[in-house]
Design a protein around this ligand. Structure first.
Ligand SMILES: *[C@@H]1O[C@H](CO)[C@@H](O)[C@H](O)[C@H]1NC(C)=O
Ligand SMILES: *[C@@H]1O[C@H](CO)[C@@H](O)[C@H](O)[C@H]1NC(C)=O
Ligand SMILES: *[C@@H]1O[C@H](CO)[C@@H](O)[C@H](O)[C@H]1NC(C)=O
Ligand SMILES: *[C@@H]1O[C@H](CO)[C@@H](O)[C@H](O)[C@H]1NC(C)=O
Ligand SMILES: *[C@@H]1O[C@H](CO)[C@@H](O)[C@H](O)[C@H]1NC(C)=O
Ligand SMILES: *[C@@H]1O[C@H](CO)[C@@H](O)[C@H](O)[C@H]1NC(C)=O
Ligand SMILES: *[C@@H]1O[C@H](CO)[C@@H](O)[C@H](O)[C@H]1NC(C)=O
Length: 320
């Protein structure tokens, strides 16, 4: 699974360079609650056979074991920079990391790793497929939790972090496991982008991303709620951020691409995503990336798909 994650991070780097800035003149619209709450679902639907992973999701995954109540379990923060992959200092400079959490049972001596990532790689979660036989863009954007036995110490330690953050009881671990099940069943779609009004700390957040680091933070929060006391930890979580004016709600697949949908909006969305074909190679992606930047800067537009709904983000090139 690490291969998949590395790939993820490469794309993240590319997207991180996307220029954008806050836009003052967005149209007034009905009052919304920001950030838009991430939508949870009743259950996880089967994935469509059209979606084919290049790297099998969670190949060595196993069910979360039931621990003895009296067990004492070490919890580790696992973080590795992605610059290991290819792009040297550049990624290191951007501080892009992959996050996971480790557990070690003192009764059995066994250890485990848990992470959350895309079922069909990041490109497919970030941009849809445009299929000739379908009007609506087609998404392969599920993400899920993966739990497996073992911690690859060398991988995490050598260039990243492997630190003990807390120690929990077997009871707490088992409660956490129930929550992971719930979280995994109901939080289904990967959301790549964080979208904010500007780089300022106090700027409004329009959308929160939903990816690997968010899962780790939720897990820590759950353990804290269950009574775990954490060692002081410094965390630098990164996410790929777009700075835009107030998002404009466009609708869902049916309301836009259905019979009664607005054909102009439907065509604009397809046109926009045409630039982001997920099948392309890294080199193609680089070339298209320039077009994308151009498009986003010149047209001040980015179409975001979030909670299975489409939004128009009014982006604007930075003032010189
Ligand atoms: C998804 O992404 C992977 C890797 O980028 C690619 O091999 C695969 O064909 C893509 N498409 C689908 C439909 O999953
Ligand atoms: C989460 O859901 C995915 C998809 O159904 C599944 O493959 C995976 O094993 C689940 N993870 C855990 C930790 O149960
Ligand atoms: C996890 O278990 C493996 C195999 O026993 C061992 O090599 C590794 O050091 C352990 N790591 C931690 C953090 O406990
Ligand atoms: C750590 O970084 C060095 C230098 O970039 C690299 O050669 C090495 O393979 C990395 N280690 C691991 C375990 O990925
Ligand atoms: C987090 O970022 C700060 C400031 O950029 C840096 O000094 C610190 O070493 C980073 N910590 C980790 C764990 O990467
Ligand atoms: C799509 O939006 C329409 C109009 O707002 C709504 O009636 C419909 O239930 C929505 N469909 C889905 C699948 O959410
Ligand atoms: C379709 O949407 C565009 C852009 O929001 C708008 O200008 C146009 O009036 C709409 N057309 C119809 C038929 O609703």
């Amino acid at each position: 699974m690490r291969v998949g994650c590395h790939r993820e991070l490469l794309l993240l780097l590319l997207m991180a360079g996307m220029p954008a800035a806050s836009f003052a003149g967005s149209q007034p619209q009905q009052q919304r609650k920001w950030p838009v709450p991430y939508r949870r679902f009743d259950y996880r639907p089967k994935t469509d056979p059209y979606c084919q992973a290049r790297y099998t999701f969670c190949p060595t995954g196993c069910p979360i074991p039931v621990m003895k109540d009296e067990d004492v379990i070490d919890v580790y923060r696992l973080q590795a920079p992605v610059w290991e992959f290819k792009y040297g200092d550049l990624l290191g400079h951007l501080n892009i990391m992959h996050d996971a959490v480790g557990f070690k049972s003192s009764l059995t001596g066994k250890n485990y790793t848990m992470e959350w990532y895309e079922l069909f790689q990041l490109g497919n979660c970030t941009f849809p497929h445009l299929r000739p036989d379908m009007d609506a863009p087609f998404w392969c954007n599920q993400g899920a939790a993966c739990f497996y036995e073992g911690i690859d110490d060398v991988h995490w330690k050598e260039n990243g972090t492997l630190v003990l953050v807390t120690t929990i009881s077997g009871t707490m671990f088992n409660q956490m496991a129930k929550w992971v099940q719930y979280d995994n069943e109901t939080g289904i779609y990967y959301e790549t982008w964080t979208v904010r009004a500007g780089p300022d700390k106090h700027a409004v957040v329009w959308f929160e991303s939903y990816e690997c680091s968010k899962f780790i933070l939720r897990t820590y929060q759950k353990l804290a709620d269950l009574g775990a006391v954490f060692n002081k930890i410094q965390t630098n979580y990164t996410s790929i951020t777009l700075f835009t004016g107030e998002p404009i709600y466009l609708g869902n697949e049916t309301s836009i691409f259905g019979r009664l949908g607005n054909k102009t909006v439907a065509a604009a969305i397809r046109d926009f995503y045409y630039l982001f074909k997920p099948h392309q190679s890294v080199e193609e992606f680089f070339l298209n990336f320039l077009k994308i930047v151009d498009r986003v800067v010149l047209n001040h537009q980015f179409y975001l798909f979030y909670n299975l709904e489409y939004w128009l983000l009014p982006t604007k090139a930075p003032y010189i």
